[in-house]
Design a protein around this ligand. Structure first.
Ligand code: ZN
Length: 123
C-alpha cells in the first residue's frame, strides 16, 4: 500500500504541511515545535509523544551536510555572476542560511517522526 493511502492516515497532515505549520501528525493541532528546530515533548492536544521519536546526532548530518555544500556553491556562483558588495553577501547569507537549515531540519525531523509513528501503529 502506498504511503498516504492508508485509511487510518486519512485527514492527517502530510509531511511538508506538518513541518511547515507545526501540526501534530496524529491530531493536526499546532503543537509540534517548541523551538525553531526542536520538537515539543508531547502534543498538548492529544498527548502523542514527539520527543521519544526526535532524530538527533549523526543522522541529521545527512540533511545538513548536503545543504551546506549547496549553500557554499550558491554563494560562490552568486559572487562569480553578480559580484555583489561584501555587505550584501553578508546580509543575504546571514539571513538565508539559518532559515534554510531550520526549514530542512524541520522537514527531515517531521518526516522521520511520521515514519516512526506509522511504524509504532502497526500491529
Ligand atoms: Zn496531537
Amino acid at each position: 500500500m502506498a504511503a498516504g493511502s492508508n485509511p487510518a492516515s486519512k485527514g492527517q497532515p502530510g509531511c511538508v504541511r506538518a513541518a511547515l505549520f507545526g501540526l501534530c501528525p496524529a491530531c493536526g493541532a499546532r503543537t509540534l515545535w517548541e523551538a525553531p528546530a526542536a520538537f515539543a515533548p508531547a502534543c498538548r492536544a492529544c498527548g502523542t509523544a514527539f520527543a521519544l521519536h526526535e532524530p538527533r546526532g549523526r543522522g541529521l548530518f545527512l540533511v545538513v551536510l548536503p545543504l551546506t555544500v549547496l549553500l557554499v556553491l550558491a554563494a560562490l556562483k552568486l559572487d562569480e555572476a553578480l559580484r555583489p558588495p561584501l555587505w550584501v553577501q553578508g546580509l543575504l547569507w546571514i539571513t538565508l542560511v539559518p532559515l534554510l537549515v531550520t526549514a530542512a531540519l524541520r522537514l527531515a525531523k517531521t518526516c522521520a517522526l511520521m515514519r516512526a509513528l506509522a511504524r509504532s501503529d502497526r500491529p
